[in-house]
Design a protein. Sequence first.
Length: 192
Amino acid sequence: MEAAPATDAQLLRAHSAGDAQAFARLYDRYDRACFHFVRRMLGAAHADAAEDLHQETWISIAKSAAAFDPDKASFPTWLFTIARRKVWDHFRRQKVAVLVSADEESAMAAPDPGPTPLEQVQSQELAQRMVTAIEALPLEQRSAFLLSAYGELPLSEIALVTGVGLETAKTRLRYARVRLRQVLAAEEADHV
């Protein structure tokens, strides 16, 4: 009989005890979501920093694994809190005040297997519009949306990561979703 998969907290404890494989397993679980979160938070203007900040996030996780307290927050909440701080630190170092959207960035979504060429183009165009719309959101709304979409965090954990109350997190996420729907609906109306 196969043993149950280790929890995130168990993997962090094993890593702290010197088990390199434990950290690799944890990294494999969250690497993609963490990178996408960092990349989308940065926007196109700072996309070149995504890999470095992603790596800095995981280095911080590795170095401070013993400090993780599963009674205070889940591992994804802790991870995205650290990732978000890395992005904010980057913005402070760069003296970023306003983030602009990324009109020139190509879509990053892969089409479904087997679509027609027209469907592929339409899918890429929709992905590009979505990326542009997300990156045009105010930073706090973008953060809440990305933590929900990429981090798959519930509202209570989004509030913890962003350091605000539950109602504020809920409002930011709602405003982000409303704004994205408006932008995409307006663009759909233009294409009809």
